[in-house]
Every structure is written in structure tokens, then in C-alpha cells.
Design a protein around this ligand. Sequence first.
Ligand code: NGF
Length: 288
Amino acid sequence: MDINGSVFAAMLTPMNDQGDVAPENVGVLVDHILSRGVHGLYASGSTGESVLQSREERAAVLTALADHAAGKTTLIAHVGAASTREAVALAELAGEKGYDAVSAVPPYYYKHRYEDIVAYYKAIADASGLPLIIYNIPALSGTDLSTDKLLELMEDPRIAGVKYTAQDLFQFGELKKAAPEKKLYFGTDEMFIGAAAAGADGGIGSTYNLIGDIYLAVETAIAAGDVDRARRAQRIANDFIAILLRAGVVPGLKHCLNQLGVPVGSVRAPFSPVSVEAAKELDAWMAS
Ligand code: NGF
């Protein structure tokens, strides 16, 4: 089963002003994201504040997304969790709800043996029956899989590829060279141009909720060999990301979308809404 498209938004999770999950607003957000040409959604990941939510809340968001968009666009469910049992339950749901693929961060908090991480991924693949994308995000997961271990994991035909949220373009290139048939999606938005030039199969990121068309422009320009055009598009993204990193990525994106009339609500504590100064900076960027 192929995964169609290359540019996917790591979807925010709509909430109300108290930080309760608001699945009823998933559809509006999805329509907004797709209106900019993005090829699909990657739900319940880091940007989706998933580690702050219960299994039931994550299931409600994944269900709302599938009910709204399954069969119409590519849907990837991030089901990663600290326990295999949680991840497997969400993987089963993704399989039942018509998702195109699942993805999972390695099990976090404890330092697990490699063999246990392999067993976790096999259990997720068995439960969903869908292609599985390993989510390599060492800075947040605490697990930094070596190139050899990532390649070893990818020998399982059910593992379709890796979502690579790190900054090591050498490792990224080595993975692509050794496993050209696997999908490698880059997740550090501010460096997408480098990954696209290094042979990425696409990108999955938080800022795609707002400016997904910019990454499509980078990808298209690199494919056409037009580095200047790619650089100009990445510059637009990076001017925004520089502000966003000061504001806080998830609160900042939610602020911008709310300002545009897309009701994504507030963030869940310990995240807090953007400061007055950050809001002014973001508003000025949007106005420009
Ligand atoms: O959140 C992080 C942490 N990275 C995201 C993205 O890789 C997360 C990235 O878009 C994601 O895909 C998910 O929700 O699972 C950054 O926010 C962006 O590059 C700005 O630094 O690294």
C-alpha cells in the first residue's frame, strides 16, 4: 500500500479555551490546511499535544479526523506512546478508521533495550495492518537510534519509512542511500530545503498547519533545479519560524490560526498561551 503525497501537516489538536480537546473543530482546521495544497495530515503527534492527552482523547481526535477526511486525503495516525498497550490500542483504531499509515515515536521516558523497541514497533504494525513510519525525534523522545539500527528496523517490509525530526543531514542522506525504496520525511521545517536537496520524499511539520504551500514551493523548486526559488520560499518560512520559536511553536500556531478564524482554541497546560508581546509580533508577521 503506497502513501500518497509528500507534504503533510503535523496537525494541531483543536481545544476549547480551557484546554479540553474539541474534536468538533477538527474539520474546519483540516479544510483550512488542505486549502493550501497540503497532501494530508499527520495527527496526534508532538504538534497535536498528544503526550498531554489520554488515550480516549487521542482516539476522539483520530476518529473525528477519519470521519471528516478518510478516503479524501492521506491520513497518518501517530499512535506512539510510553506503553506498547496504549500504542497498540490506537493503532487498531487507525486500522479500523481507514487511515493510510500509522507512525510512532519510540516508547519514551524509560531507556528501553533495542530489542524491546523492535517488539513495540512489531506490535504496532500487527495491530494496525497499515504501513508504519518510525518517528525519529531524539531531542524529545530520548531515543537516538543509530543509522544501523534505523536501517535494521526498516528491513521489516511493514515499515514504510522514517519521519526524521533531527538536524543530521549526513545521517539522513546515508539512510536514503542505503534504503532508497523507503519513504524519508523530514520534520525540521526550517531546514526542509536541505533535506529536499538530499532526496527527501517529503516533509511533515508543525508550520504546515499555516504555510504548507511554502513547503510545496520549496519541494517543487528543488525538483526543478531552481535553487534560488527554493531559497526564497524557505526564507519566507524561516522568517515566520524565527518568530514562532520565540513565541512557542504550538501556542504561536494556535494564536495565528485563531486570528484567521480557524477555531483551534487554547493549549493544554503546562503549555500556556502566547504572551502579549509574542502575539503582537505574530500579528505583525501575518499582516505583512
Ligand atoms: O515539534 C517538533 C520538535 N518538531 C516539529 C515537527 O517535526 C513535529 C517541527 O515542525 C511533528 O511533526 C509532530 O507534530 O509530530 C518544528 O515545530 C518546526 O521545525 C519548528 O522548529 O522538534
